[in-house]
Ligand binder design. Structure first.
Ligand SMILES: [Zn+2]
Length: 347
């Protein structure tokens, strides 16, 4: 990235869950989760079961709008909606295209809903990629998949010439992940989190660090500099403000090692661009210059003046140019109310 100007390529979010865009304000879980597995069971695995085509559409649109608003022009998304699988990736891709944000889609295959659920997840990845969609084959995580399902996902990804986008060793429950997927991984894989991976895990692929999410779930610190893999940066669904996530990544590094510098976290943003090189063609003009990690690490609130995606201005003067931002926010709020009502009724 050119560090002297107020312009950069588009920011890339290397791990997002657009389906969580409507989650803020959701009803409290039936009881307070006592750890990471309970956070999954009581919060996220209830939310994903409540999603339908309408809420997938509005969460993707709102998430894309909020990405653009923060200069993020390319999102690598990981999606799950067990009661609305077929066609879900196209709904997300279409919503992002309307707003003018690039997206890479993946359906998170899992055996949590039986063999049939896993099959339908694989089929959705296959359908989307076969139709020319940009994406990965998604897998939720090794600890919710049988060895057969993991092998089938890897085989499908190889067939489409893409990698697998999978959560790896995020919590202690998934410590066996490395041994189970080692022989399957390729350089194209996206390994999300890696908190509980050993230093010498032997996995191929890019590790995507999500420092804010890891802190929020109290799963521990990934200490990403110990790995030899390329390291990208994601938000794990908490927006797509990559300058903000960069600052969190930096301060977390620094907490662990006082000799660390902003350049280490900035390099993660550069890795993100290698995962989504099309974003190099995008142009973000920022409210601050120079775009220098040593300054930005201590400058909250820097945002885009304008965003150009694929030769077209998508954001200018504080608003999107291709869609009505106020309408998206209003419709997304209506969809969120519907979703929350469903969650209230859920056992
Ligand atoms: Zn995630």
């Amino acid at each position: 990235m050119d560090l002297s100007a107020a312009q950069t390529p588009g920011m890339v979010c290397a791990h997002h869950h657009l389906y969580s865009a409507l989650a803020r304000g959701m009803p409290a879980p039936p009881r307070t989760p006592g750890g990471f597995l309970e956070i999954l069971e009581l919060v996220w695995w209830r939310l994903d079961r409540a999603l339908d085509a309408d809420t997938i559409h509005w969460s993707a649109k709102l998430g894309a709008l909020e990405a653009l608003e923060r200069g993020c022009t390319a999102i690598i998304d990981h999606h799950e909606s067990p009661n609305a699988i077929e066609g879900s990736l196209s709904i997300i891709a279409d919503a992002c295209a309307e707003v003018g944000v690039r997206v890479s889609c993946a359906y998170g295959v899992t055996d949590r809903h039986g063999a049939d659920g896993a099959q339908r997840g694989l089929a959705e990845n296959d359908r989307f990629l076969a139709a020319g969609g940009r994406g990965y084959v998604g897998v939720h995580a090794a600890f919710t998949c049988s060895d057969d399902t993991l092998a089938a996902a890897a085989e499908l990804a190889n067939r489409h010439g893409v990698g697998v986008h999978i959560h790896v060793a995020e919590g202690a429950a998934d410590v066996e992940a490395a041994d189970r997927i080692r022989e399957l991984t390729t350089d194209e894989w996206l390994l999300i989190h890696g908190v509980h991976l050993p230093d010498d895990h032997g996995l191929r692929g890019t590790i995507v660090h999500n420092p804010r999410s890891n802190m929020n779930n109290a799963v521990g610190y990934a200490r990403p500099t110990r790995f030899t893999n390329p390291i990208g940066l994601g938000t794990d669904g908490i927006g797509a403000d990559m300058l903000d996530e960069f600052r969190v990544a930096y301060v977390k590094l620094r907490e662990h090692d006082v000799t660390e510098t902003p350049d280490t976290a900035w390099a993660m943003l550069a890795t993100n661009l290698t995962l989504f090189p099309e974003a190099n063609q995008d142009r973000v003009t920022w409210t601050y210059e120079p775009i220098d990690p040593w300054r930005l690490a201590f400058s909250p609130g820097v945002g885009p003046v304008s965003v150009e995606v694929d030769g077209e201005i998508s954001w200018a003067d504080g608003a999107p140019t291709r869609v009505d931002g106020a309408e998206i926010r209003a419709k997304a709020a209506e969809a969120a109310d519907k979703l929350f009502a469903k969650l209230e009724d859920m056992p």
